[in-house]
Design a protein around this ligand. Structure first.
Ligand code: ZN
Ligand code: ZN
Length: 209
């Protein structure tokens, strides 16, 4: 196992201990780190500046926290670039077109592919035990994995199928027990089954911030 694999293993192990899809968790953490790193270390990097300008800045999702960043100067330098680029068009009441992709989205896609590929290559018992104790992949990440690879390890496809089937059953039971006159059945549900709708929502959509 090379160094990089060690890093991915430990990142996944840590993410598996949290609520929600482990790959979503890693992407959130990496995107945050990427933005932080770009603002603090690479704000004068020409390549990054050009990309940032071409995409009109970070997308809505990745720009959401810019106002709370510690370093207003970095945010200002990048913002000046973007506004300078689009102002002539805005002034002429033209719609500015951005050809680039948000650099943080690009980084997230890279991380996503790397980790899904790494996951699809695992067959170590120790790893399987760690991963199958987590909530597993969200639907968007399982879809992505299916579109990326034809050769899924059996343990992973079995785990995901069972996980989705169980979730469906638990959710149906929640709906049935929520009917009028079934308060007793509802109170008899396990604590995690009383809030299964939350688990269903985050499994269907993922928890990418
Ligand atoms: Zn996910
Ligand atoms: Zn983005």
């Amino acid at each position: 196992m090379d160094n990089e694999k060690h890093v991915n293993w430990f990142a996944l192990e840590k993410a598996c201990g949290n609520e929600g899809c482990p790959v979503c968790g890693i992407i959130n953490e990496r995107a945050e780190r990427y933005i932080d790193n770009m603002l603090f270390e690479h704000v004068s990097d020409r390549g990054f500046r050009a990309k940032y300008r071409a995409s009109g800045g970070f997308c809505d999702r990745h720009a959401a926290n810019l106002e709370s960043f510690r370093d207003g100067l970095a945010v200002a330098i990048l913002g000046v670039d973007v506004l300078t680029t689009i102002l002539p068009e805005l002034s002429r009441k033209r719609v500015p077109r951005f050809k680039g992709v948000c650099p943080a989205c690009e980084e997230s896609n890279r991380v996503e592919q790397e980790f899904l590929g790494y996951l699809a290559d695992r067959n170590e018992e120790e790893f399987i035990a760690i991963f199958t104790a987590s909530e597993g992949l969200c639907v968007p990440h399982y879809r992505r994995l299916l579109s990326l690879t034809k050769k899924l390890p059996r343990w992973l496809s079995d785990f995901q199928r069972e996980r989705f089937e169980t979730l469906l059953e638990r959710s149906k039971r929640f709906v049935d027990c929520s009917a009028w006159g079934r308060q007793e059945d509802f109170s008899a549900l396990e604590p995690q089954d009383k809030i299964v709708w939350k688990e269903l929502a985050r499994t269907l959509r993922g928890t990418i911030r």
